[in-house]
Design a protein around this ligand. Sequence first.
Ligand SMILES: Nc1ncnc2c1ncn2[C@@H]1O[C@H](COP(=O)(O)OS(=O)(=O)O)[C@@H](OP(=O)(O)O)[C@H]1O
Ligand SMILES: Nc1ncnc2c1ncn2[C@@H]1O[C@H](COP(=O)(O)OP(=O)(O)O)[C@@H](O)[C@H]1O
Length: 199
Amino acid sequence: MKTENTVWHQQQVIKTQRAEQKKQRPCLLWYTGLSGSGKSTVANAVDALLFERGHHTYLLDGDNVRHGLNGDLGFSDEDRVENIRRISEVSKLFIDAGLIVSTAFISPFKEDRAQARALLAEGEFIEVFIDTPIEVCEQRDPKGLYKKARAGEIKDFTGIDSAYDMPQAPELHVKTAEQDIEQCALQIVNYLAEQGYLA
Ligand SMILES: Nc1ncnc2c1ncn2[C@@H]1O[C@H](COP(=O)(O)OS(=O)(=O)O)[C@@H](OP(=O)(O)O)[C@H]1O
Ligand SMILES: Nc1ncnc2c1ncn2[C@@H]1O[C@H](COP(=O)(O)OP(=O)(O)O)[C@@H](O)[C@H]1O
C-alpha cells in the first residue's frame, strides 16, 4: 500500500465552516450522458446562473481536464475508469472547500459513478442524467466525432463501439431534446433551491 507511511491530518478549518461562510450546502452535480448530449452546455449554463446569484462554484469539464490532469489517459475502459476515479477525488477536495461543484464527463460506467457517490456524504452527490437520444447527439455532432467514429477513424466511441450504462435512479433527469438550454438549466437550479442547497 503506497499510503502506509503517511498520516491523515485533521485540518483546523472544516468543511461545514467553509460552507457556512459561503452560505450554501456544498454538493457535486455529476452530469453524465453521451457525447453531444449537452453536458457541457447545460453545466456551463447552470454554473453561470449560480455564479450570478453569488454562489461559490467550480466546473470540471471533460475536454479541459483531459488536456491537463488526465492528459495521460485515452478511451480504453481502463483509462475511462482511472479518468473518473481522479475526477471523483478532485471533486471531493472541492466539496471540502465548500463549493458547489459540477463535473461534465461521459462517465459511462455505473460502477464508477457509484464509486464517486460513495466518496461523499449523504446528499452531496447529485447525479444529473443528460438524457438525449443518440440519434439527436449524432445529428448535432458539435465536434464532428460521430462522423469520424462511423467512418472508423475513432475507435471505442461511446454509444457506437463502447458501452454507456444509463443511470437507473438519477436525482435529475434532463431531456435536452424536449426542453431548450435555459429550461434545462432552470430545472437543475430549481432542484438545488428546493432541496436547500442554496440556503
Ligand atoms: N472514443 C471516444 N469516446 C467518447 N468521447 C471521445 C472519444 N474520443 C474523444 N472523445 C472526446 O472526449 C470527450 C469525453 O471525455 P470524457 O473524459 O468525458 O470521457 S469518459 O468519461 O472517460 O468516458 C468527449 O467529449 P464530449 O463530447 O464533451 O462528451 C469527446 O469530445
Ligand atoms: N436543450 C439543450 N441542452 C443542451 N445542449 C443543447 C440543447 N439544445 C441544443 N443543444 C446543443 O447541443 C450541443 C451539445 O454539445 P455539448 O454541450 O458539447 O455536449 P457534451 O458536453 O455532452 O458533449 C451544443 O451544440 C448545444 O448548443
